[in-house]
Design a protein around this ligand. Sequence first.
Ligand code: KIV
Length: 305
Amino acid sequence: MYTANTGARGSVRKVTVPEVRARKSSGPKIAMVTAYDYTMARLVDESGVDMILVGDSLGMVVQGLTNTIPVTLDEICYHGRAVCRGVARAHVVGDMPFMSYQTSPIQAVESAGKMLKEGQFESVKLEGGEAFAEHVHRIVRASIPVVGHVGLTPQSVHALGGFKVQGRGDEAAEQVIRDAKALEQAGAFCIVLEAIPPDVADQVTRAVNVPTIGIGAGAGCDGQVLVCTDLLGMSRGHSPKFAKQFAQLGDAAVSAFKQYVNEVRAGEFPGAEHSYKPNHGELVEAEEKMAASGEGGGVVVPFMR
Ligand code: KIV
């Protein structure tokens, strides 16, 4: 065994894939959050979250797109590298973008391999059930851990006719269960369940032996995932029903920016405490002392503030 270069925060132990899988029976529930850059990743990791997902939701959150379809493999890898620099403990998962794995199992293995080599991810997530079980199997055989994702799969937004709740009705619910079982069989170590009725999520959670991680899938899952900007109340515009805001950082940010604008316009910022010492600080001090003692009236001391 080689000595690993563990970096600056090397004393912190990483959450591993076997540990995540074992949480199905041992608990506690798994907490997962998305992150897309170094600063957010550091904050999220400091909170003790178990898994960080560099989701293709970055298309909407970071790039301002209306869906995730245009996001590329290179973009996911770029954000993966930034996030990994900020993470000491959490397990970091990368989302496989649209058309980076759908074409064939070979394409899926190559893309997943690139994500580990160039994005520094520790596992990959891909959308789809039975239809992509072979792809998952081949990636897992290449020693790359896979997170499954069933229910609402946002890369299928056009095929589904919008971002809609899935798994309603017996037939649709049974399909979600079949999809999750196929992913488990193929070797996925946990499965994201997105936007399905809570009772269906409960059925899926009972039907598989790997943890389920819900987003809009009720409290019965083995874990939960939220988009970081939704969780922090930073998103503007429509927010999905399941996206609980644990803070209102969007409003706090706007109010801080407003105060900055006002202080700049009024010449109040920067004050002395946010400025470097003047080049001729001793002359400034002398002038201040003279002014305080009432001396030097009318004498102009040459200095630059
Ligand atoms: O892209 C993403 O952020 C996701 C989560 C919402 C599960 O897939």
